[in-house]
Design a protein around this ligand. Sequence first.
Ligand code: S3P
Length: 182
Amino acid sequence: MEPKRHVYLIGMPGSGKSTVGRALASLLSLDFIDTDARIVALTGVSIRTIFEIEGEEGFRERESRVLEACSRDPMAVIATGGGAVLRERNRRLMRDTGRVIYLRATVDQLAQRTARDKSRPLLQNGGQRARLHELLEQRSHLYDAIADLVMDSSARSAKALAAEIAKSLQTASNTVTRLRNR
Ligand code: S3P
């Protein structure tokens, strides 16, 4: 792998970023960071509480600050929140400091995986499937635009997916090294 390049996982809530990210970090012997978990650790309250008190805008500001801080950490696999791609500043930071992997899943799959979830404020208040559909419509072009690699997360286990991503990263990095040594 190229030195000092993070691996960012992006995608919708329920696409498996944290599970796949943890497996990938272990395969690559890298640290694993979950930006949501870091926000919770820093504030001492849940994401839901942050949304209640500060609104989505307040949460997005915290998310950007944490992402920036993570980008200065030693090389790691970084699972981001589903809305991290909304801000241009976050998209640029991820592109500039790492390789970006988009875990793509269908609305059905996402709905299944988040059905009983109470921790994601944007998916509460019923109509979850419609909400996921709407969010995916708003975001899919942003995920696609910054992804170095798009992985279909639907039909595979997290472990299999992580192994495939590790292989692709390795191949990409060998190509870069070969080109540089020419
Ligand atoms: C959000 C996704 C969540 C979390 C917050 C907002 C979003 O992360 O950051 O609830 O806007 O899609 P996950 O993608 O890990 O669920």
